[in-house]
Design a protein around this ligand. Structure first.
Ligand code: SAM
Length: 282
């Protein structure tokens, strides 16, 4: 069954009484080359298991199942159950869990279902929860090799921006801390049904195995970054003195000790600067 064929999708929907939900970010891929590319470039292969978030009609799920030993997909919309029973019938290595990915214990799935095999996460993410899903997976430090996801093009640029550049934001720092991010390829809006108002891109985040900071310092570092970027046009010392209840002059002294300009704004500091600040701002 060719799941990128609009006629096939329409037939499936009419037989199962399914209609798209805009609130669930249901823009299904109809570009035949995109899903095989996501699976290949996302690291699927023999002795590899995959987690997918959001199956839709199973167009990417199939490509993951063809290449990986096992696929567990988490899909929120239970109306897709009869559709998936039909579209994934030929695969005995796929399990679909109907749940909200934000409430799902992905570590437990990896530990209980993948038998210690290398794991990758691949998805065409629902756009309304792109950042929360990425941050959940990274912050939980799941034992995965890489996370390869389709996101809106602007989100891809921001997520993969190098820290300390004008394009960077708090999420660029967090993503760079936990992983090595790169944009793999762009996908135009006509590749989806229904077609969204923006183009997309597939990004791959190669996960770093462990933190370079103790947990309390890492937590503080992200508090600093968040406070700084909440008022990114202001000098960093201002939002930080508010967030940490510190005297601005004392903060500027700490900045100088670290070789950071007292007038610096959030986006002018490197990730290493933030890590060093986190050590000193006890
Ligand atoms: N993978 C399919 C494709 O590429 O055509 C579907 C991608 S579509 C952009 C996003 C999918 O995520 C939808 O099937 C939607 O129902 C599902 N979804 C939305 N919110 C979710 C959530 N919180 N947890 C799990 N799945 C979710």
């Amino acid at each position: 069954m060719e799941l990128t064929d609009i006629g096939v999708i329409k037939d499936l929907f009419s037989r199962h009484g399914f209609s798209f939900s805009k609130t669930l970010g249901q823009n299904f891929l109809i570009n035949p080359s995109a899903c095989p590319k996501i699976a290949e470039m996302g690291g699927c292969g023999e002795n590899v298991c995959a987690i997918e978030i959001g199956t839709g009609v199973g167009v990417l799920t199939k490509e993951l199942a063809k290449r990986c030993d096992k696929v567990v997909a988490v899909e929120l919309d239970e109306r897709l159950k009869p559709v998936l029973e039909e579209t994934l019938a030929e695969f005995d290595n796929v399990e679909v869990i109907f749940a909200d990915v934000m409430q799902t214990d992905l570590r437990k799935i990896i530990e209980e279902k993948f038998g210690g095999k290398e794991t990758v996460v691949c998805a065409n993410l629902p756009y309304y929860i792109t950042s929360p899903v990425i941050m959940k997976i990274l912050e939980e430090r799941l034992p995965i090799k890489a996370l390869t996801v389709m996101v809106q093009k602007e989100a891809a640029d921001r997520i993969c921006a190098k820290p300390a550049t004008r394009e960077s934001g708090a999420i660029s720092y967090a993503v760079s801390w936990y992983s090595a991010p790169k944009i793999l390829f762009r996908v135009n809006r006509g590749s989806f049904m229904p077609s969204p108002n923006v183009d997309s891109a597939v990004i791959r985040l190669d996960v770093k195995p462990e933190s370079a900071l103790p947990a309390d310092e890492e937590k503080r570092m992200f508090r600093i970054i968040k406070a700084g970027f909440s008022q990114r046009r202001k000098q960093l010392a201002n939002p930080l003195s508010g967030a940490f209840g510190l005297d601005k002059a004392a903060l500027c002294g700490i900045f100088e000790n670290l070789g950071i300009k007292p007038t610096a704004r959030a986006e002018e500091l490197s990730l290493e600067d933030y890590a060093r600040l986190a050590k000193l701002l006890k």
